[in-house]
Design a protein around this ligand. Structure first.
Ligand SMILES: Cc1cc2nc3c(=O)[nH]c(=O)nc-3n(C[C@H](O)[C@H](O)[C@H](O)COP(=O)(O)OP(=O)(O)OC[C@H]3O[C@@H](n4cnc5c(N)ncnc54)[C@H](O)[C@@H]3O)c2cc1C
Length: 811
């Protein structure tokens, strides 16, 4: 064994081997993989080997497409067969809602470059005669689906890596990890110690234990999973003989089963409701290549429906049953990337679909390690998307929920119930009493909308406008016509202080830093000039800045801030988390309301748009920002948590005769749409430049230096490739949700990032990206957006429908 290496990858499952191969491909060949036993001896060896492109997140779907395309390359390089069967796959819908979901997936596939088509039940039956067509309303065919040999594929990755210079140590267990003062890692193994510049946790079933070696409790849990293999079936053999090819794969959402051909029989697996975690606290190190005890009782409800839907299966004998564990994160997507606070420690774990995602994970991680950036948008699988609230027992509840819902529809307005409420503010009970329907925002209960007296505070889940529609409308009108109050505790809040704070922020952000008492809005770019953040920054004192951003991205941003922090101690970083909470008041009467809560001068000459002040509000020491995401006159009031209840009570009392209404996140998002304001994670993501996103006025190119400046200069000069546009949509009873294709001249030329109903302007609105050349087509109805399979006319808005000159914010 070597004594030093650039990278030590822990784990020789399909994921670790893919990471190793991709590192060599990216040019790092002084890399090793350390495996406790043999390659594939974790969850990889007993996988059913299926692969598909379908994923709720389009960026993960793209990575799955990459993975599936990679296998031919691997076979070519190594001569090692991956045992590929590219049979295509059918997704079978049993209800109109599921069919709508498939129509959305099909529409999205258009701009992802994936080959899918929608079928009637009889067309589906022609492709897969085993189905009883009366149980289905339609299907989607995904040409990229197939299956492979897990063992051969893992060895193909390993062989390709070895051919490029990587070393693999088998029968070698990593027992501990320690960090040297120079930042490198001592990887202590049963065969000696190796010093590594970087460590990758690809420990699969033991990823949690490898995390614990460095003090991390990763949100990952293994679940038992069963599939059965039938005896030879005459129906399968007859099909093969007649058609000359294999049966396609199938997913039956109602039965919650997947199936595919295996030799002359069928593999049938279930994601059963009565699911069971495996080794919920600790994975034993001596767990070998053994299988778990099958439990047919548990999957009986799925089999019962499956046998009705596929009658031939009911008569087939069962040759063997496989029950094995594999790992999941709370949302089912992988945990990938560098870990905040642990430079040089990387994750590639919780990969539940190793043969669909393993290649993409390897590509993303290797580019991240070699170039400092994954090269594309990996937010949906970034390990930084979870905060400390994703504790072990939280993970257990969420993973079970996710597993049992694997083949369930998630409606756009559906909030999942497991492990809630996790975090609450002091206002939780009073807001519930006021009719709040709560949603989960980065582990925190946050009001979505308020049901008036007599209306049940509950969402009716749907792809169409739902029961909240009139109530969200009333909230929006209340804000625009008078004043509203909403809780904004879920924002991310930071303090950056010290003698180097201004220079530090100036280098990170595209905008100039504000004077004391003033606020700027600013994007943040990575070195490739892509958007990695969007902040409100207030200067509280010459060397003290307060900053607000997206709640979901707090750990993601802290990781970046820490990586850029100077080593000389001149800059201090602090994340308030729930140590600072807030309420926002907005609307034309919000100044009147504020004036009733303080003896300070809040006239527009004294407290201007984009001013920041420390002042007493309702007797509470508070920070006031004169900004509002509603695009209206408005104020954010920030206090320590112990004052929040008092502040809220006083706002409510003082606003009584001003027409004060409660409003929630849904109204806030509707109001911002009317102003064409973008939002982080939808319009602002690391695949867009600041000029493409239309953030021109927040990028100060007269500043001599900031990260990404060169690219921003070039983007401004060339105009970039894409442009964010806002559209008004000729919608019926369903508004865009995000990820719908945008059509122009009969072709799909772009995609929707977000949208919804603009209640005050009374129009259906959308935002999205299209090629720059088309962004100037202001002709009415020049575009179409595909909503639930229906192409609806859409026209570009050259200015916001509400207050295009921004007078309300400044009034
Ligand atoms: C029954 C079943 C069916 C499945 N079907 C499919 C399917 O059809 N399609 C699909 O894509 N996926 C399927 N999967 C999931 C698939 O198996 C996983 O996604 C994949 O195996 C994850 O690979 P991995 O490399 O992350 O983890 P693992 O395979 O668990 O590999 C981790 C490796 O790390 C090693 N290791 C851990 N800790 C240490 C240490 N301290 N020192 C040294 N080595 C260490 C382990 O020995 C192990 O070999 C299935 C899983 C099961 C159980």
């Amino acid at each position: 064994m070597k004594t030093h290496t650039r990278v030590a990858v822990i784990g020789g499952g399909v994921v670790g081997c893919s990471v190793l191969y991709h590192l060599t491909k990216a040019g790092w060949t002084d890399v090793v993989l350390i495996e406790r036993d043999q390659l594939t001896s974790g969850s990889t060896w007993h996988a059913a080997g299926g692969f598909h492109t379908l994923n709720g997140d389009p960026n993960v779907a793209k990575l799955q497409g990459y993975t599936i395309g990679l296998y031919d390359e691997l076979e070519r390089i190594t001569g090692q067969s991956c045992g590929l069967h590219r049979s295509g796959g059918l997704l079978l819908a049993d209800t109109p809602e599921r069919m709508e979901w498939l129509k959305m997936a099909h529409a999205r596939a258009r701009y992802l470059g994936l080959e899918t088509s929608l079928l009637s039940p009889s067309e589906a039956k022609r492709l897969l005669p085993l189905i009883e067509e009366k149980y289905f309303v339609g299907a989607m065919l995904d040409a990229a689906d197939g299956n492979l040999d897990p063992y051969g594929t893992t060895h193909a990755y390993a062989k390709a890596a070895r051919m490029a210079g990587a070393e693999i140590y088998l029968k070698t267990r990593v027992s501990s990890l320690s960090r040297r003062p120079n930042g490198t890692w001592d990887v202590v193994t049963t065969q000696g110690t190796i010093n590594a510049e970087h460590v990758v946790n690809a420990g699969g079933l033991w990823a949690r234990e490898v995390g614990r070696m460095v003090g991390l409790e990763l949100p990952v849990l293994a679940m038992e999973h069963m599939y059965l293999v039938t005896d030879d079936m005459p129906e399968v053999m007859a099909f093969n003989k007649e058609r000359g090819h294999e049966l396609p794969h199938a997913i039956d959402f109602k039965a919650e089963i997947y199936m595919r051909q295996e030799r002359n029989g069928i593999v049938l697996g279930t994601y059963e409701r009565a699911c069971v975690p495996w080794s919920p606290k600790t994975t034993p190190w001596d767990f070998g290549t053994e299988l778990l005890e099958p439990d047919l009782e548990r999957i009986a409800p799925s089999l019962e429906i499956g046998y009705q839907h596929f009658p031939a299966m009911a008569h087939a004998g069962i040759r063997r049953i496989v029950n094995g564990p594999f790992t999941f994160s709370p949302d089912g997507n992988p945990l990938v990337g560098p870990v905040q606070g642990l430079p040089g420690f990387w994750c590639a774990c919780a990969v539940m679909a190793g043969f669909s995602q393993g290649g993409g994970v390897g590509l993303a991680l290797s580019q991240w390690m070699v170039n400092g950036d994954p090269g594309f948008d990996v937010w949906a699988m970034d390990v930084a998307r979870y905060g400390p609230w994703a504790a072990r027992s939280y993970t257990n509840e969420k993973v079970r929920e996710n597993y049992s819902r694997r083949f369930s529809i998630r409606f756009p307005n559906e909030e999942l119930p497991a492990a809630r409420p996790q975090q609450t503010t002091a206002l939780y009970d009073v807001l519930l009493a006021a009719g709040a329907v709560m949603g989960d925002s980065w582990g925190l209960e946050t009001p979505l909308w308020f049901a008036p007296p007599g209306v049940e505070p509950r969402d009716v889940v749907s792809f169409h406008r739902s029961n909240d529609f009139p109530h969200v409308k009333a909230e929006c009108l209340g804000v625009r016509n008078a004043v509203g109050v909403t809780e904004i505790a879920n924002f991310a809040k930071y303090e950056i202080s010290g003698p180097g704070a201004e220079a530090y922020l100036s280098r990170l952000m595209t905008n100039r830093m504000p004077k004391v008492g003033r606020i700027v809005l600013t994007p943040m770019l990575n070195s490739a000039g892509k958007l990695i953040g969007d902040f409100t920054i207030a200067r509280a004192a010459p060397e003290r800045f307060l900053m607000w951003g997206s709640s979901q991205a707090q750990i993601y941003h802290m990781r970046w801030f820490e990586a850029q922090q100077p080593a000389d101690g001149s800059v201090r970083l602090h994340r308030f988390d729930m140590g600072l909470v807030g309420l926002s008041i907005a609307g034309p009467r919000s100044r009147e309301l504020l004036a009733r809560l303080t003896d300070e001068d809040v006239a527009t000459t004294a407290l201007r748009f984009l001013d920041h002040r420390a002042m007493d509000i309702a007797n509470c020491p508070a920070l006031v920002n004169r900004v509002s995401y509603t695009g209206d006159l408005g104020y954010e009031i920030w206090v320590a948590p112990e004052y929040q209840r008092r502040l809220y009570d006083r706002i409510l009392a003082a606003g009584q005769d001003l027409g004060l209404v409660h409003f929630g996140m849904r109204a806030l998002l509707s109001l911002r749409l009317e102003k064409n304001f973008p939002t982080w994670y939808r319009e602002l993501r690391p695949i867009y430049g600041a000029f493409e996103a239309g953030l021109d006025r927040f990028v100060d190119l007269t500043k001599p230096d900031f990260i990404g400046r060169d690219v921003a200069v070039a983007e401004k000069a060339t105009g970039g490739k894409l442009k964010r546009i806002s559209l008004v949509v000729d919608a019926l009873d369903a508004d865009v949700l995000g990820d719908e294709p945008i059509w122009h001249g009969g072709n799909v030329i772009g995609w929707v990032t977000s949208g919804g109903y603009g209640h005050y302007v009374d129009r259906s609105l959308a935002q999205g990206y299209v090629p720059v050349a088309l962004a100037g087509d202001l002709q009415e109805g020049a575009f179409e957006i595909e909503i639930l399979g229906d192409r609806r006319k859409a026209s570009i808005l050259s200015e916001p429908l509400f207050d295009p000159k921004g007078e309300r914010m400044r009034m």
